[in-house]
Design a protein around this ligand. Structure first.
Ligand SMILES: CC(C)(COP(=O)(O)OP(=O)(O)OC[C@H]1O[C@@H](n2cnc3c(N)ncnc32)[C@H](O)[C@@H]1OP(=O)(O)O)[C@@H](O)C(=O)NCCC(=O)NCCS
Length: 164
């Protein structure tokens, strides 16, 4: 029912719509602000997607979620990859779409020789934390003063999943 695929330039309009939706309905799930999201046009979105760092989960042809997946390039840290943002449209939350997307990332990481997937999450994002922990991620630290919004400093939790 759900499929995991790398997003390409042709997915730009759907990705932009979903990214704008995410920045509106789940601002805690994104580092980027809605204002910054709204600055991106379709041409720029195509360029970003052509770079190859975004993955999507589709229901048929419809994009219902996306995530950033960035394996490190340097020789000594090539066994690590960064995951995030990670977003599923509200109507498909709780449906298994997020799990399909995470499994796609894990399979891709293993196939690419990645041993460790790393992400950050806001301490108050209980749903995301519950999801990541059920997927096997464990907390390994806290980044203090990670985000500043309106003069207010917030921490981030650091999570990782070993995939070897
Ligand atoms: C994070 C996200 C991808 C998870 O996908 P999902 O489909 O919602 O995840 P699931 O429903 O499979 O799992 C969520 C878990 O949180 C639980 N949950 C739901 N609401 C909750 C709440 N308010 N507090 C705590 N746990 C909650 C669910 O019961 C479920 O746990 P369980 O499987 O042990 O029962 C999705 O919620 C999302 O896109 N959120 C908005 C963006 C975001 O915050 N992304 C993470 C950025 S780091």
């Amino acid at each position: 029912m759900f499929t995991y695929r790398t997003l390409m330039g042709a997915n730009a309009p759907a990705w932009l719509d979903l990214r704008q939706e995410g920045a509106r309905v789940a601002p805690d799930g994104f580092l980027v602000t809605l204002e910054e999201v709204l600055e991106m046009d379709t041409d720029r979105a195509q360029q970003v997607l052509d770079f190859g760092g975004l993955r999507g989960v589709f229901e048929g042809d419809r994009l219902v979620g996306f995530c950033g997946y960035r394996p490190q390039r340097l020789q000594r840290i090539r066994h690590r990859a960064e995951l995030g943002p990670f977003y599923v449209t509200p109507s498909r939350q709780g449906s298994g779409a997020a799990q399909v997307m995470m499994q796609g990332v894990v399979d891709e990481a293993r196939a690419g020789g990645v041993a460790q997937i790393e992400l950050t999450v806001a301490p108050g994002n209980a749903r995301a934390i519950a999801f990541y922990e059920r997927q096997g991620f464990r907390k390994y630290g806290v980044r203090p003063d990670a985000i500043r919004e309106g003069g207010v400093s917030e921490d981030e939790l650091l999570y990782l999943l070993r995939v070897v």
